[in-house]
Ligand binder design. Structure first.
Ligand code: NCD
Length: 338
């Protein structure tokens, strides 16, 4: 694919060569993400960060990524503070905002809506989650994390055994991640969910058509056994008819430290797109795992920053200038307790 000037709406746009370019760019930017070097390769550029659904890490990491590269950000959150509350269409909102900024990031509750923004926009649009559809930047940072955690690369990830657990029906992160992993060979997918929250058939068919093994089960113990990666997800209560309906699924696939030690491969890494639902009835990944070395969730969020920086650099077409614009930082980020 050509990154420069393109919308990023789906992982289906990516091939292995694109992942290689993206991850090499991300690796170059790691010292900037950690605050050890400054970089102003996006000096003068403006991001429109539009979030019409709740978000902490995706919104803030896209924002921080753009700022860390020297750009500036204007944003809007929620429908109630935008003209959409007055009946404005996605088309009109997008066309208007694209006249103000150089690139947009959009999250919206309806599947397909971010494409509507892209179709009306004068500037590139990155999909930050379109309802139960896709979440490509999350899948990219998830894959980047898997490679780092498992000490593999794009050529040695073939044969990976991945268990995806929880709400696979409404969880857009697993839709994107499964499709992205299908670029490799012989991936063993184990989908663990309540029968009502199974991975959509279109995703399963897509994976099988590419020759991968897909096992679907409601049995947690069998489902996670021998996996290299266990990817837990939150019950997406906001996509159910009512919270009560979602409530009955909560806690059915909770992993705590005793469960991990007993039923999971000791080398398996535990991932989650976050937020974890920390309420007592849920706890997909229990707090008693917080200092467990296999719990990768916070390294995963750290990787989100650098992967999103790389996406911006490539889509804005400035990746060649990254290293020439490196300069020393004026102050050193001090990590407390590090
Ligand atoms: C996810 C999302 O919004 O799809 N969060 C995120 O972006 N990291 C997962 C979730 O909300 O459960």
């Amino acid at each position: 694919m050509q990154f420069h000037g393109s919308h990023i709406l789906s992982v289906e746009q990516f091939g292995l060569a694109d992942l290689s370019v993206l991850f090499q760019t991300a690796a170059k930017l790691e010292p900037v993400a950690r605050g050890e070097l400054a970089c102003d390769v996006l000096d003068g550029a403006l991001l429109g960060n539009l979030f019409f659904e709740p978000s902490t890490r995706t919104r803030m990491s896209f924002d921080a990524a753009f700022c860390r590269l020297g750009g500036r950000v204007c944003d809007t959150t929620g429908f109630q503070f935008s003209s959409m509350a007055k009946g404005e269409s996605n088309h009109d909102a997008s066309r208007v905002i694209s006249g103000y900024v150089d690139i947009m990031v959009v999250r919206h509750p309806q599947m397909g809506s971010v494409k509507e923004f892209a179709d009306a926009s004068l500037v590139p649009v990155i999909n930050a989650g379109d309802g139960p559809g896709e979440h490509p930047s999350q899948a990219l940072l998830d894959l980047y994390t898997m490679l780092k955690e498992l000490n593999r690369d794009l050529n040695t990830i073939n044969g990976l055994k991945v268990a995806m657990v929880g709400d696979l029906r409404f969880g857009r992160t697993v839709h994107s991640l499964a499709k992205l992993l299908s670029l490799f060979k012989d991936i063993h997918f184990s989908f663990v969910s309540p029968a009502e929250l199974k991975m959509p058939a279109y995703v399963v068919d897509f994976l099988r058509a590419r020759g991968h093994t897909v096992k679907e089960t409601t049995d947690m113990i069998a489902g996670v056994a021998n996996s290299d990666v266990i990817y837990a997800t939150r019950i997406q209560e906001e996509r159910f008819e009512s919270i009560d309906e979602a409530q009955r699924f909560k806690g059915s696939y909770a992993i705590n430290s005793a469960f991990f030690d007993r039923y999971c491969d000791s080398h398996a890494i535990l991932m989650h797109p976050l937020p974890r639902d920390n309420r007592s009835e849920s706890c997909e990944l229990n707090n008693d795992l917080n200092s467990h070395p296999q719990l990768a969730i916070f390294r995963q969020t750290d990787n989100g920053l650098v992967v999103r920086m790389a996406m911006f650099a490539l889509v804005m077409g400035v990746e060649k200038d990254i290293e020439t614009t490196f300069r020393p930082v004026r102050f050193q980020k001090k990590l407390i307790g590090a």
